[in-house]
Every structure is written in structure tokens, then in C-alpha cells.
Design a protein around this ligand. Sequence first.
Ligand SMILES: *[C@@H]1O[C@H](CO)[C@@H](O)[C@H](O)[C@H]1NC(C)=O
Length: 320
Amino acid sequence: MERTFRQQLFLLLLCVSVLRAELRHVESNEISKDELFSLFNPELRRETPDVFRYRRPLRCLDMVAVEGQFTFTAESLQLSCAAFFMAEPSEVIGVEFDRVDIDCSVGDFVTVFDGWVMKGEKFPSSQDHPLPLHERYVDYCDSGSERKSVRSSQNVAMVFFRIHTPGSSFTLTVRKHVNPVPCNVLSQSAEGSYTMVSPQQHRNCSFSIVYPVAIDISEFSLGHRNNFPKRSLVGCAETGDYVQLLGGNGIDTSKLLPITDLCISFTGPTHMKIGCENTVVRMVSSGNFVSRVSFSYRLLNNQELQTIKLNNVEDFCFDN
Ligand SMILES: *[C@@H]1O[C@H](CO)[C@@H](O)[C@H](O)[C@H]1NC(C)=O
């Protein structure tokens, strides 16, 4: 497994590219969806260390799902590197700059991003993130010693880095912290179940599953009403509190297309197969009520995907 994973990472490494050299914040990369899938190898979690403090070298393209101390040492010019961090849905990620030996004056950088960026798309989308976009980037060179640690707003974060001089290095400590009110979540796997709760907050939250999945909505309550899931006939937007099911092939939820809205006016099926590379359950909340939605999901097999492909000629997820 480890070897396959390394091979996939190597592939992914080949695909990462930096756009504008003058930009501290690498706004885009060429990581493809299939390679993203490969990063979600559940075997990764076997990496979980028993020792008190786990340490390992960081690779130019890396995926980290455990706490520990990670050191990157440049063996040659490294223009475009990215490490993706992820934690459980109810956790956020803390990244500390322990020791940074890079030359900011020649354009080296180490930048933490609050979320993930792939192919220029961000998760969570700017629309659903509590911070303005520029505050989601913390650059070591810009903030220097003032800002020694960064905490993400959700269960994913990443670090972009560029180093010109061989031998330069940096060390980060990654910690997971409990998040009592998770909002945006990127699922760690293609199978699972989750309950999204909006505790009377005027904010929208997304649960993103970056796989084609069969999804079952099992429980649904908006405000004080306790209803079984209903599909909207006229649209739910006027109700203020509703759940959207979105699909598409990127990670920015604001660019996904609506599959269905769930609110209180129509009874419909609660089991759906969605052949998209990204399936999102998004809860739109007015902040007036406590809303919750529970669902479970599993990966679609090839046969199911073929059936969807054949039956839905206009399925937008197969258009590109
Ligand atoms: C939540 O989403 C809805 C629909 O996309 C939007 O109209 C509303 O402004 C959003 N609310 C917040 C707090 O972002």
C-alpha cells in the first residue's frame, strides 16, 4: 500500500505546478481529481504513530493525516510544493512554524492556507468561509516571527512552499484540536455517515464528499419542525432554512450545480446516486433555528456509474 501511495504521490508531484513566480500565494495548481482520490487512501491512517511525538520528513507533495513534526529539506530547487493536511470532521488543524531556515529575499516562501486549493478552486468556498480570502493565507515571510502558529477553520488545511537553495529547510508541527461546532467539512473517505447541525448561526455549512456516491438522507429537521426529508417543488430559498444537495467536478462548492433542495414542501426520495466527483450537502441557515440533517454515503461502483451515465444523458457531471 505504502508503495502504491508513494507512486501516486509522485504522479501528483509531477502535476503540481506553480503559476506566477511573483505571487507569494500559489493560487492554483494542476492537481487532478484522480490524483486527489489517490490522496484519500484510507490506509493513510495506519500511519498513526504510537509514539508520543511522531516525526518524519515532509515531501514536496505530501498528504498528512496525523499529528507530528514534519521537516522539509530542499535537496534541489523546489519551486512548487504543497502539503495537504486533514483531520476528523470534528477537528481543526493547528500548524506551527518551529524552525524556518529559508531565504525570503530570493523568493522562498512557506504559506499556510486555511482550507485546500486544487486547480485554483478553494474549499471551503469564499462564500462559506468565515474569513475574507486574504486572511486565509498566512505567509511565514510576511508575518515572520509574529505569527508562529495558525489554526484552520475546518478539518483541512494546506501549506504551499518554494525553496531555491539546496539545504534550506523548515520544520512544522501539526496538531489537531477539537472543534465543538464543525461547519465546513471535507470527508476523509468515500463511506460514512454524518450529522450536520447548525446551532442557530447565520452561516452556511458544507459537507463535501469528493467521490461519486450513493447518499441516504435519514433524518432532517429544520427549526422547530421535525420533518422527514422533503423535496422542494417550488424551491426552498424563500424558506430561509434548507438543505442543498450539490454536485460537480471541482472542490469549490459555490461552483457546483444544485441536484435538489430539501425543505418542507414536497415529499420525495431520500436516496440518491450521484455520479459526480464531488457531492456536497450544504445547509443554508437563517440563524433563527437549530437545524440538522443526518446522512450516510458509500462509493458508487463502476456498474452503478455506468448505469447513471446511460440513463442520464444530460447528467452535468459527465459533460466534461
Ligand atoms: C447562505 O447561502 C444562501 C444561498 O446560497 C445565500 O443567499 C446567503 O447569503 C448565505 N448566507 C450567508 C450567511 O453566507
